[in-house]
Design a binder for this molecule. Structure first.
Ligand code: CA2
Length: 159
């Protein structure tokens, strides 16, 4: 089987460190480290490296993108899976930073933001995302990873 040798960032915004520990009726009982472990198992089998970043501070997320050289056109990151959490509905700052990276990204939400309060219906990210997955719980992260794996295999064959 072709090996990929690629690198994806998985970014999680504010309060997602509480996943599985609070409000399981909304966000489920799987923790963020459960998700990381599961995604790493899938990714490793395809020689894809995942870097997980979670922060409650939007500036920290922006700086993390900079540290990967993404503002300087770094080619060693192939894409981003992001659950911006509350920043989804507020952050022009994080949107601008992500767009400056010029990398394909998939927006993931555990809950169906369109079935919740009106202020959650708008996202500052969706119009620029390759795709948006919401309401499917933590499986949404696996689905986003699956898309990237398929896409990366395809681009390997095209080259
Ligand atoms: O459904 C999602 O994934 C959200 O991005 C989660 C955000 C919310 O603000 C978005 O509207 C939708 C909230 C993340 C907070 O995560 C918690 C997890 C467990 C307990 C408390 C908060």
């Amino acid at each position: 089987m072709t090996q990929l040798n690629r690198h994806l960032l998985i970014i999680n915004g504010a309060n997602l460190h509480l996943l599985g520990k609070r409000e399981p009726h909304i966000y489920g009982s799987t923790t963020l480290s459960d998700i990381e472990h599961r995604l790493n198992q899938t990714a490793t089998a395809h020689q894809v490296r995942l870097t997980f970043i979670q922060s409650n501070h939007e500036g920290v997320l922006v700086d993390a993108l900079g540290e990967f050289g993404l503002f300087a056109g770094n080619e060693c990151v192939d894409g981003v899976i992001i659950n911006p959490a509350g920043f989804t509905h507020t952050s022009v700052v994080l949107r601008d930073a992500l767009l400056a990276c010029n990398k394909p990204f998939i927006e993931v939400h555990l809950s169906n933001i369109h079935a919740r309060e009106p202020f959650r219906h708008h996202s500052y990210f969706s119009d620029k995302a390759v795709g948006v997955i919401c309401g499917l719980g933590d499986i949404g992260y696996d689905m986003a990873l699956k898309w990237f794996l398929t896409h990366l295999y395809q681009s390997t064959q095209d080259n």
